[in-house]
Design a binder for this molecule. Structure first.
Ligand SMILES: Cc1cc2nc3c(=O)[nH]c(=O)nc-3n(C[C@H](O)[C@H](O)[C@H](O)COP(=O)(O)O)c2cc1C
Length: 169
């Protein structure tokens, strides 16, 4: 899998952009809309059937993806801020809503992610928060970083979903 070196060049979504992708039950990309492909810098053929982690930026704490997959495995959707890396090492931030399609027996058919431009308010908070979580992950491991996130939310007296919702609205 292509592993670009991160560079300090941010790409921005416009207010009207919706970045859409679908993955199979294993998290491999099976569809991406035009803007998803364009902003990534890859050809469609380079993205299809690749794990979604092809866009994983090293600044992202593991705790966020752990939460994402825990939610999805328990049948629930999630909203999350994600920093993604492009083929050329540039990055872009999104507010992603990841949802599940089930068949009539409750089995997972696929997952969809719809991403929008993150709010100004969220971008004053989330990059600093993720930096803290990543620092803790590097010092004491991913579980400690997850506990740090839980403690920060407890101190604020909000659950994860309300925290994310308030930042976006
Ligand atoms: C529908 C869907 C969309 C996803 N979108 C992204 C994404 O845009 N960027 C990303 O880094 N991970 C995304 N993920 C999470 C990845 O599957 C993966 O958990 C994450 O990149 C961390 O990779 P790792 O577990 O190999 O460290 C998505 C997962 C699903 C199910």
């Amino acid at each position: 899998m292509h592993k670009p070196s991160p560079k300090n060049n941010e790409k921005f979504l416009s207010q009207e952009d919706f970045i859409v992708s679908k993955t199979d039950a294993q998290g491999k990309i099976i569809y991406g809309n035009k803007i998803f492909i364009k902003i990534s810098g890859y050809e469609e053929s380079e993205l299809l059937h690749q794990p979604h982690s092809i866009l994983r930026h090293p600044d992202m704490p593991k705790a966020v993806f752990k939460l994402l997959w825990e939610r999805l495995k328990s049948g629930k959707e999630i909203f999350a801020y994600v920093k993604n890396i492009c083929k050329d090492g540039s990055f872009y931030w999104v507010n992603a809503n990841v949802t599940i399609t089930h068949d009539s027996n409750g089995n997972v058919i696929d997952y969809h992610s719809v991403r929008r431009k993150p709010s100004k308010k969220s971008m004053d908070v989330i990059p600093k928060l993720y930096e803290k979580l990543l620092g803790e992950e590097k010092r004491s491991g991913p579980d400690a970083s997850m506990r740090m996130l839980e403690n920060i939310l407890n101190e604020k007296g909000v659950g994860y979903d309300d925290f994310i919702f308030d930042l976006q609205h």
